[in-house]
Design a binder for this molecule. Structure first.
Ligand SMILES: [Zn+2]
Length: 172
């Protein structure tokens, strides 16, 4: 099957009215923020995206995304390949969701002044959030035996990291 580049921006209300589904990809050279968090982005982001109106009448953007990246192993310092994957469930109707007491069931996506959502940004945020705080090879693969600095790195420097900032964004 030929891969299709998914649209960069989508009007979710119109897409939901048509129940649009997208199976495709985001070219890896456009994943610049993800590239800044990992060592190398190895693949395009594979994306499934679906627009609908759910039973509560909320316009929903849901789907999944995955990408292969390379990071530096925090234990032995050599490269470590990693598959990122994320399932997501957004609505653009934040006020309505809050009015219904459903704010915990969704993440919120914002449409711009043209009523469009930046799908690439949303998916890149999702992928960045799935990058582990500490990347290490699986047990037994690492060149250095377990122990050492592993525990220390986890607690250091989480404030102000891109993950912490995104985490806050997502919760707000
Ligand atoms: Zn390692």
């Amino acid at each position: 099957m030929q891969k299709v580049k998914i649209p960069h921006k989508v009007d979710p209300v119109r897409a939901a009215a048509k129940k649009l589904d997208f199976d495709g990809y985001i070219p890896r050279n456009l994943l610049e923020r993800l590239a800044g968090v990992v060592e190398t982005v190895l693949s395009d982001a594979e994306v499934h995206l679906s627009f609908s109106v759910d039973l509560q009448g909320l316009t929903v953007i849901e789907g999944s995304a995955g990408a292969a990246v390379k990071c530096e192993c925090q234990r032995c310092g050599s490269p470590c390949e990693l598959g990122l994957s994320s399932d997501f469930h957004y609505t653009v109707d934040e006020k309505k969701a809050r009015d219904l007491g459903l704010e915990d069931d969704y993440d919120f996506a914002e449409a711009d002044e043209f009523g469009e959502v930046d799908v690439y940004k949303l998916i890149e945020d999702e992928l960045i959030l799935t990058v582990p705080m500490v990347v290490t090879h699986p047990e037994g693969v690492c060149e250095i035996p377990d122990g050492g600095v592993y525990g220390k790195i986890v607690t250091e420097n989480t404030e102000g990291s891109p993950f912490a900032v995104l985490g806050k964004l997502k919760k707000s």
